[in-house]
Design a protein around this ligand. Sequence first.
Ligand SMILES: [Zn+2]
Length: 255
Amino acid sequence: MAAAFHTFLCLSDNIGVLVHDAATGETASVDVPEAAAVERALRETNWRLTKIIVTHRHSDHVQGIPELKAKTGARVVAPKKASAQVTHADELVGEGAKVKVGNLIASVLETPGHCADHISYWFAADKALFAGDTIFTLGCGRVSEAPPAVLWSSLQRIAALPDDTRIWSGHEYTLSNARFALSVDGENAALKSRAEAFARARAAGKLTVPTTLAEEKATNPFLRATDPHVQRAVGMVGADAAAVFAELRQRKNRF
Ligand SMILES: [Zn+2]
């Protein structure tokens, strides 16, 4: 049986997600920006929390864990490299580890670049990726603790997944991301129509997560560092893709 997903807003712009296995009733929360929002989502779905799966150590992703774990007894799975910060972890995982939510199985992909400990959870059977702050709808995470090329290579790993992969990211930053994307890829018709659809969706209070890999490849400038239009916009026609990516990331920081 396929997985069920429930996506909701936490804090001001964090994305909360519940991953549910109907066959066993087990449910995981991807990160816990705040316990109250996850508890509300559990009441709405009538799902029982059994696991918390952590993408990275930043406080806006882990600060609700102690409270939610105390209330639910959920088992906490966290990145090995975040062991010092995620002190409530029951299990520490790295590249290639398998994480189960009932009968659903995720492979852990190490996706550093936003921060060194960042991992993503890939549920291959459901083609669902929980990418935290590595990639966003029309954007990507900020770079810290490593050169931009590290995040670029993590994005390339994600880009190698099937095109119909659904991607859940950690934040609802899409309108700001769309403005930047249009500034470097303004002739992209698919991007223009997506930006318009997202503006309508946000005005109606809808989230723009999940996205799909195919749509991101067509419209996310951070996956389009080899595209001649994007390269021309930053004055780097023919340059190395990782260098173009680094320039795009710099420009987004200043945007
Ligand atoms: Zn973060």
